[in-house]
Write a protein that binds this ligand. Structure first.
Ligand code: HPA
Length: 239
């Protein structure tokens, strides 16, 4: 089984023929969509809920990832909306995340909480799956190398001074979800890849207030990313 995890702007996945299912995990219930017919090898998980009701700092990441593990998911592509800090991924563009810096706090970010759950230090030398990465690039050569994602706690956006700091420490884009989710996917042994799409220049990069790309632009990027994930995850070589 292969998963697509969608976020802001990708909370539903009409292009995939699926059935809603609620998975009861030790961390709580998770709503997801299991593919049918020709999409039977796919599952779609809207990380914020299909009605986008869970803000980034309150998402039940452990339940989400555990539900995928319980369904036998081996590979997942996460889709993340970000704000651009550098030119590597300007607004309106899609790219692959190469690495992340986690500046979130206070989240249930690990399965290894000691005692019966054990103490494990998961390796993060190579966060993203290299063979999934080559397959995605083969399918869409125009994808950008989006660079380093910095994960803030949110839900508020950053100040211009925070963005100057994030750029200084090596960030190319900023978002609020990837680090927590990807760490848990790695702990669960699920091979993962992250597609980032930028919806704005981060605070202070342009003069004036932060402005977002249009819903129409987001819908078109969603179509492109869905198609890409579907083609790659359904191809037999990613089994
Ligand atoms: N900051 C944090 N997260 C985001 C942004 C941003 O500017 N845009 C989209 N997700």
């Amino acid at each position: 089984m292969k998963a697509i995890i969608g976020g802001t702007g990708v909370d539903t996945m009409e292009a995939i023929d699926s059935q809603r299912k609620v998975v009861d995990t030790p961390y709580g219930d998770v709503e997801l969509f299991v593919g049918k017919g020709k999409d039977a090898s796919l599952v779609f998980l809207p990380r914020h809920g299909s009605d986008h009701s869970n803000p980034p700092h309150l998402i039940n990441y452990r339940a989400n990832v555990k539900a995928l593990e319980m369904l036998g998911v081996t590979h997942a592509i996460g889709i993340y909306a970000v704000g651009s800090i550098t030119e590597k991924l300007p607004p309106g563009k899609v790219g692959l995340v190469s690495d992340f810096i986690d500046l979130s706090s206070g989240r249930d970010h690990t399965f290894y909480t000691g005692g019966e759950h054990g103490v494990v230090h998961t390796s993060m030398d190579e966060v993203f799956d290299t063979s999934l990465r080559s397959r995605v690039l083969k399918e869409d050569e125009s994808l950008l190398d989006a660079g380093v994602y910095i994960c803030t706690n949110g839900p508020r956006l950053e100040t211009p001074a925070e963005i100057r700091y994030l750029r200084h420490i090596g960030g190319d884009m900023v978002g609020m979800t990837l680090a927590t989710e990807v760490s848990l996917l790695r702990e669960a042994g699920i091979s993962t890849l992250a597609l980032a799409y930028s919806i704005n220049w981060a605070a202070g990069i342009e003069h004036g207030q932060v402005t977002f790309i249009t819903d129409k632009q987001i819908a078109s990027l969603k179509g492109r990313m869905t198609e890409l994930c579907r083609n790659v995850l359904q191809s037999s070589s990613s089994k």
